[in-house]
Structure formats: structure tokens, C-alpha cells
Design a protein around this ligand. Structure first.
Ligand SMILES: Cc1cc2nc3c(=O)[nH]c(=O)nc-3n(C[C@H](O)[C@H](O)[C@H](O)COP(=O)(O)OP(=O)(O)OC[C@H]3O[C@@H](n4cnc5c(N)ncnc54)[C@H](O)[C@@H]3O)c2cc1C
Length: 267
């Protein structure tokens, strides 16, 4: 008897957790508030199969040179004060050439944003992971991608990775028109940017309002929502309670929480 395989089943992959000490080889301001760091070093064994994957980046106290820690049974065994960890999306990479690009929102506060504001060619960054990947198949009728600028790396990856002709609706909140990014894609993409025009990130209902005003295509969709946690939850609630989305096909990631440091939700 042959087993039926659900073509829409989400596939999960584990990766060997590896820490890497990398060095900034190039810095590019994609927009005034989004800075791309190309980090060079040993990328052997690196794998990231899903657009929503993340690496952990480690930020050391002032005056402490970034360095790798030995891995014990409970993870990295740091000597002295533990570095701060924050999650970032592998935007693009080349294992053979030995580099990875990470895009940092320059939002102001916090060890990650402060590092990104001051790091330069030659600065070091320790990263770990991804520990795993979730792969959402290209078998859905259409895809909804929504989020603030922290989700641009993941949404950009998704838009670039989906096969030709995939129907995609993307709704992205940024500070203003100068923060918009465009993507290389052969998908059937409807891309809408909403602008905060001076309001602080995480304080508006722009994404939810834009989604409420959007007429969705027929068929079964997969929604990927990411950004400020309260926004992400509110959009999920709207999609599942008002718009007929199957909760299994909505991934709502809380990437950060307004007013709270290091506050990403389990994902
Ligand atoms: C799976 C995953 C992938 C992610 N990928 C990326 C990525 O590729 N690029 C990226 O830039 N971010 C990404 N993020 C979000 C990033 O990890 C958070 O924004 C993180 O809080 C930044 O750390 P920090 O040290 O700068 O600030 P924290 O020390 O964490 O926070 C300090 C203060 O800043 C506020 N804050 C945090 N982030 C923002 C923001 N974006 N805008 C305004 N205020 C903010 C907090 O509310 C807090 O008040 C990702 C998060 C997750 C969970």
C-alpha cells in the first residue's frame, strides 16, 4: 500500500550546530536604515534551507575581543560574562567562497544595532547555527508575506526563492519610501509598502490595516508574518478568525517586542 504524502506538509531539518568566528569584509548601506555586512571566514558545513531560518549573533562586552567558546553538554562555555545573543536571517551566502550576508536594521538601541552602527571592515562577529530549517513547500495556491523591516531579509529570500509564477502578496512596513527594497523574482508578485512617516516602529497598525483592505485570491495560502510581536499576533488573529486561514498554515514570528530588549518569541 502506498502512503500518501501531503504535498503541503512543512518539512523540518536539523543541522549540526556550529559556531563561526567571521570577519567583516564589506559593509553596504542598502537603505539609510538597513546595513548589510558581508562576513568572511570558514563557512564549511553551513546550511540554511528555509527563508525563516536564523543564526545567533554574539555581541561581547566592550573591550572583549570576539572569540569562539568550547561547546560543552549545555552549549557554548563562555569564560567570564556571557555575550548577548540576537537572531539574524542568513540573507545570502557562498560556502565555497566563504562568506555570508546579514542585513541589520539600524534601529538605535541594543547590542546588535549598536554593533551594526559602528562595525567596519575587519570587525569580528561570532555566529552560531542555523540549528534547523523549516521548509514550506511551493505547493500552496498563493503566499502571504507580511512584516516590518526586520522581516525584509526573510521576506526577500522567500520572494527570490519561490518558483517562477508563484502567486505572492507581500505587505511590508518601513519608515518611508527611502527604505523600500526591490527583489529579483520571477514570481507573480504583488508588493505593497506601507510607510510610518515619522511614527516609531512597532507603534502603528499599518500592516493589519493594509491586510484588512486587501482582497485575497482564491485557494489555500500559506502566511508568513514577522516583525514586532504584537503586530504579528494581531495579524495572525485576523487571518485565522476573519479571513479563513488554516492556523497550521500561518507562521507568525515575534522578532522583537516594543520596549523590551532581547524579546523574540519562541519560533
Ligand atoms: C528569527 C529572527 C530573525 C531575525 N532576523 C533579523 C534580520 O535579518 N535583521 C534584523 O535587523 N533583525 C532581525 N531580527 C530582529 C532582531 O533580532 C531584533 O530586532 C533584536 O531585538 C535586535 O537586537 P538589539 O540588540 O539591536 O536590540 P534589543 O537589545 O533586543 O532591544 C533594545 C530595544 O530596541 C527595541 N528594538 C529591537 N528591535 C527593534 C527594531 N527593529 N526597531 C525598533 N526598535 C527595536 C526593543 O524593543 C528594545 O526596546 C530577527 C529576529 C528573529 C527572531
Amino acid at each position: 500500500m502506498s502512503e500518501t504524502v501531503d504535498p503541503r506538509a512543512i518539512r523540518r531539518h536539523r543541522h549540526e550546530t556550529r559556531m563561526r568566528l567571521l570577519e567583516v569584509v564589506a559593509v553596504t548601506d542598502i537603505t539609510p536604515l538597513m546595513r548589510r555586512f558581508r562576513l568572511g571566514g570558514d563557512m564549511a558545513g553551513f546550511a540554511s534551507l528555509g527563508h525563516a531560518d536564523h543564526i545567533k549573533a554574539f555581541f561581547f562586552p566592550e573591550g572583549v575581543e570576539p572569540a569562539l567558546a568550547p561547546i560543552g553538554p549545555n552549549g557554548a562555555e563562555w569564560v567570564g560574562e556571557r555575550p548577548q545573543m540576537r537572531d539574524y536571517t542568513p540573507r545570502q551566502w557562498d560556502v565555497a567562497a566563504g562568506w555570508i550576508d546579514l542585513d541589520f536594521v539600524l534601529h538605535g538601541d541594543g547590542p546588535a544595532s549598536s554593533w551594526a552602527a559602528t562595525a567596519n571592515v575587519g570587525s569580528k562577529l561570532v555566529i552560531g547555527g542555523p540549528r534547523g530549517s523549516q521548509v514550506v513547500p511551493a505547493a500552496f495556491d498563493w503566499y502571504l508575506l507580511a512584516g516590518d523591516e526586520t522581516a525584509l531579509p526573510a521576506i526577500g529570500r522567500r520572494i527570490e526563492e519561490l518558483p517562477t509564477g508563484s502567486k505572492v502578496i507581500a505587505i511590508i512596513e518601513v519608515a518611508d519610501a527611502g527604505e523600500e527594497q526591490s527583489f529579483e523574482t520571477s514570481t507573480d508578485l504583488s508588493l505593497t509598502y506601507v510607510h510610518r512617516y515619522g511614527a516609531a516602529a512597532g507603534t502603528t497598525s499599518l500592516i493589519l490595516d493594509a491586510i484588512k483592505a486587501t482582497r485575497f485570491p482564491d485557494g489555500t495560502a500559506y502566511a508568513y508574518l514577522a516583525g514586532e510581536s504584537t503586530m504579528s499576533k494581531a495579524v495572525r488573529e485576523h487571518l485565522t478568525s476573519q479571513r479563513g486561514f488554516n492556523p497550521e498554515y500561518v507562521k507568525a514570528a515575534g522578532y522583537w517586542l516594543l520596549g523590551v530588549a532581547d524579546a523574540q518569541e519562541p519560533h
